[in-house]
Design a protein around this ligand. Structure first.
Ligand code: HEC
Ligand code: HEC
Ligand code: HEC
Length: 209
C-alpha cells in the first residue's frame, strides 16, 4: 500500500528543493556559501561575532525576505508536466496509469508493496437521470491501505453504507477525501469520474464487477 501522506511529502520535498534552487539563482550575497553550509562558512560566520544560532537565523531571515511566494503548487514545474483535470488540478489517476509517476510504497527501501485490490463496487444512484457510480478498489488501494476506509468510513460490504450525495458534498463518505485531497466534484466532467455508468444499460452491474 502507498502511504497516503506520501504525495504530500513529495510536494513538500519538491517545493523545498525548488525554493532553495530559486534562491540560489537570485544572486543573494553569500547565498552559495550559506547553501553549501560547510564548517568553514559556519566558522567564518561565527568569527564575524555571531554564534551558530545567529547563522541559522540569518539564513532563514534572508530566505523569507528574498522569497517570491505564489499561492498553491501550480508553479512547480514537476507538477506542470503532469496531466490536469478541467479544474486545473493534477489528474493523479492518469498520471499513474500513463506512467508519468511511479511513487515508492515507502521511504523505507525494504518495504514491499501489496498489489492493488482488483474489485469494483457498483453503487446505484438513487435518482432517475444521474449516472450510476463505480467505486474502483484498484486505484484507491494503489494509494491507500484498507484501513484508511474500512471500517471507519465504509463497512466493507456492498450496499451496507447509506451514502448520499448531500452528505458527500458535506465532507462525509467519499467526501472525506474527494474535494479535499482527491479530485474535486466540479466541473461536471469530474462528476462523471464517479458517475460513469449511464442508467438503463442492461446487466450493467455484472459488467463492472
Ligand atoms: C467521489 C465520487 C463522486 C463524485 C465526484 C460525485 N458523486 Fe454523486 N454520488 C456518489 C455516490 C457514491 C453516490 C451515492 C449513490 C446513491 O446511493 O444514490 C452519489 C449520488 C448522487 C446522486 C443521487 C442522489 C443522492 O443524493 O444520493 C446525485 C443526484 C449525484 N450524486 C450528483 C452528483 C453531481 C451533480 C456531481 C458533480 C458535481 C457528483 N454527484 C459527483 C459519488 C460521487
Ligand atoms: C477509499 C476507500 C476504500 C479503501 C482504501 C478500501 N475500500 Fe473496500 N470498499 C470501499 C467502498 C466504498 C465499498 C462499498 C461499500 C458500499 O457499497 O456501501 C467497499 C467494499 C468492500 C468490500 C465488499 C465488496 C462486496 O462486493 O460486498 C470488500 C470485501 C472490501 N471493500 C475490501 C477491501 C480491502 C481488502 C481493502 C484493502 C486491500 C479495501 N477494501 C480498501 C472503500 C474502500
Ligand atoms: C480515503 C480517501 C478516499 C475516499 C474515502 C474515496 N476516495 Fe476515491 N480516490 C482517492 C484517491 C487518493 C484517488 C486517486 C486520484 C486522486 O487523488 O484524485 C481516488 C480516485 C478515485 C477514482 C478514480 C477515477 C479517476 O478519474 O481518478 C474514482 C472513480 C473514485 N475515486 C471514486 C470514489 C468514490 C465513489 C468514493 C466513495 C464511495 C471514493 N472514491 C472515496 C481517495 C479516496
Amino acid at each position: 500500500m502507498r502511504f497516503f501522506q506520501l504525495k504530500h511529502r513529495i510536494f513538500t520535498l519538491i517545493f523545498t528543493a525548488l525554493t532553495v534552487f530559486m534562491l540560489g539563482g537570485c544572486g543573494i550575497e553569500n547565498m552559495d556559501e550559506i547553501l553549501n553550509a560547510d564548517t568553514s562558512a559556519k566558522t567564518q560566520a561565527m568569527e564575524k561575532g555571531g554564534n551558530s544560532d545567529d547563522y541559522y537565523n540569518k539564513f532563514y531571515g534572508e530566505a523569507i525576505r528574498m522569497a517570491t511566494i505564489k499561492e498553491g503548487t501550480k508553479e512547480i514545474l514537476a507538477i506542470d508536466a503532469l496531466p490536469k483535470d478541467p479544474f486545473g488540478n493534477v489528474n493523479w489517476t492518469v498520471s499513474v496509469l500513463k506512467g508519468y509517476i511511479n511513487p515508492r510504497p515507502s521511504l523505507d527501501a525494504e518495504v514491499v508493496d501489496d498489489p492493488p485490490l482488483n474489485l469494483n463496487v457498483f453503487i446505484e444512484a438513487k435518482v432517475p437521470l444521474m449516472y450510476n457510480v463505480i467505486f474502483p478498489h484498484s486505484i484507491h488501494t494503489y494509494w491507500l491501505s484498507c484501513n484508511n476506509c474500512h471500517p471507519k468510513i465504509f463497512l466493507p460490504e456492498a450496499g451496507a453504507n447509506p451514502i448520499s450525495m448531500e452528505e458527500i458534498f458535506k465532507g462525509q463518505w467519499c467526501g472525506r477525501c474527494h474535494g479535499k485531497v482527491a479530485f474535486n466534484f466540479w466541473p461536471r466532467s469530474n462528476c462523471l469520474r464517479c458517475h460513469m455508468v449511464p442508467k438503463g444499460q442492461s446487466l450493467e452491474r455484472e459488467r463492472y464487477k
